[in-house]
Write a protein that binds this ligand. Structure first.
Ligand SMILES: Cc1ncc(C[n+]2csc(CCOP(=O)(O)OP(=O)(O)O)c2C)c(N)n1
Length: 271
């Protein structure tokens, strides 16, 4: 993982251009991987058992309407030629080179705190991209969910709680505007084991990456910081509330929420 960071290295990408790509499921979210998969591979096959056609960059050469397991078994039986020697090692080494040293990020703290097999709902905007950049890889088995398609910031709390209704304890990582957009969804949280982490960075942080970030009307037109009290919202809907503004307090808030069970909203304030 962290591919969103190391695939930004153009020299590496040019050296390791794929000849064929076997893709399972939806087109990925983050730009550098999208670019990498948009290369001129001779074969770009999509394994998709459902009747959808996710090829936004129009590069597919083969569409396999089959289950992933069946395709993998068939491929194994054919004993395909392995990738050129050194490829795997180069990718592993590249990933290892992108580390954050001892600097914990809210994503790495969250991943560390999650018990094995936890379903994690990841909101749109920065949350899903930060996950791609900072989650790293490890042995812990986790299940990630997201609402892609139109990639809306609407309905994300409701979706997370819907997953909790069927899967048990869910942790949701959401931006502050995303949370505000679906505050009514909190009404579904009662009696559910759900931990919502609202990353409060003062509005739509993703827009800082846009060229218009320098415009005088940026704050009002794009960033749109809000003034609502997440604490009051949480209490209105019967969720326990915690405010975290440091790595230590975030770790502690997660720890307490896992310990207590039930619905929690952790407001993580970041600059
Ligand atoms: C329903 C809907 N309205 C508007 C948008 C456009 N939009 C994309 S990202 C974003 C900002 C989200 O802000 P926040 O949830 O705080 O996340 P951050 O960017 O800080 O990660 C907006 C308004 C959208 N994707 N969906």
């Amino acid at each position: 993982m962290r591919y969103n960071r190391w695939l930004a290295d153009q020299e590496f990408v040019e050296k390791y251009q794929p000849e064929w790509i076997l893709r399972f499921g939806a087109f990925p979210v983050t730009r550098h991987l999208q670019n990498y998969l948009s290369s001129n591979a001779i074969i770009h096959a999509l394994v998709e058992p459902w009747p959808c056609w996710t090829d936004p960059v129009h590069r597919l050469t083969h569409l396999l309407r089959a289950g992933p397991l069946a395709v993998c078994r068939a491929l194994l039986a054919e004993a395909p030629e392995p990738t050129p020697s050194g490829w795997h090692a180069a990718f592993v080494e590249k990933e290892a080179s992108v580390h954050f040293g001892n600097v914990a990020t809210h994503v790495s703290i969250l991943i560390e705190a999650l018990p094995e097999n936890t379903p994690v709902f990841v909101g749109n905007s920065l949350a899903i991209r930060q996950l791609d950049s900072e989650s790293g890889s490890g042995d812990k088995r986790l299940h990630f969910y997201g609402n892609r398609g139109a990639s809306g910031i609407d309905g994300n709390i409701s979706t997370a709680i819907g997953i909790a209704a069927s899967r048990g304890r869910v942790v949701a990582l959401l931006g502050d505007l995303t949370c505000q957009h679906d505050l009514g969804g909190l009404a579904l949280a009662q009696g559910r084991d759900v931990i919502i982490v609202a990353v409060n960075n003062g509005g739509g942080g993703i827009f800082d990456l846009l060229p218009q970030a320098a415009l005088p009307e940026f704050e009002q037109g794009w960033r749109t910081p809000q003034q609502i009290s997440f604490e009051h919202a949480a209490r209105t809907f019967g969720l326990a509330y915690a405010h975290a503004a440091s790595n230590g307090s975030f770790r502690e808030a997660l720890h307490q929420a896992f310990l207590a069970g039930g619905p929690h909203l952790i407001e993580l304030v970041v600059s």
